[in-house]
Design a protein around this ligand. Sequence first.
Ligand code: SAM
Length: 188
Amino acid sequence: MNLESALSYSHTLLKPIIQAGDTVIDATVGNGHDTIFLAGLVGHSGQVLGFDVQQVALDETALQLQLTGQAHQVQLIHDGHQNLDHYLAPDQQISAAIFNLGYLPGSDKTIITHAQTTLSALDCCLSHLRRGGIVALVVYYGHEGGEAEKTAVLNEVQQLDQHEFQVLQYGFINQVHQPPFLIAVQRR
Ligand code: SAM
């Protein structure tokens, strides 16, 4: 058995948490790999809210969802995840959220996630997270601007009250080229 990559381990953690019928968030849709994974877990009775600022990413994901018969349970939203609160009722609970920080591979590398908007979206996800639910952030930081976002996110999650949240960091520490790492925040 090989140790899992940060991305793969984010799915391993989320899988047992998400039940059919749940509402979950994909904060960075991109090519839609996480969106499709989440759609499979919530099923037709559940709901995935997927955000991206690039319409082209949402269009490609919409196509994949149609091909896999999962379009019904996914709402693709062309808006920044910092506006997530506009799409959730005040008392609506989510069981999970996933973020892939950085830029979309094979696309415009100048369109990246930023600390301020990421933290605002993270805060919103945590305020809606049900007990036992998990927010997973896969942090890619090898690009320009990535280091600042990484530092800001780590500072934020390290300060979460341990009585309210458990915070895990997972990643390889002997690899070259700043490999991504995972942060998982679980509400107790
Ligand atoms: N999870 C994706 C996948 O499976 O392919 C990869 C996501 S990629 C690393 C990061 C994505 O975040 C890009 O598609 C980018 O357009 C998007 N993004 C950047 N800023 C954003 C924001 N404020 N709100 C939502 N998405 C944003």
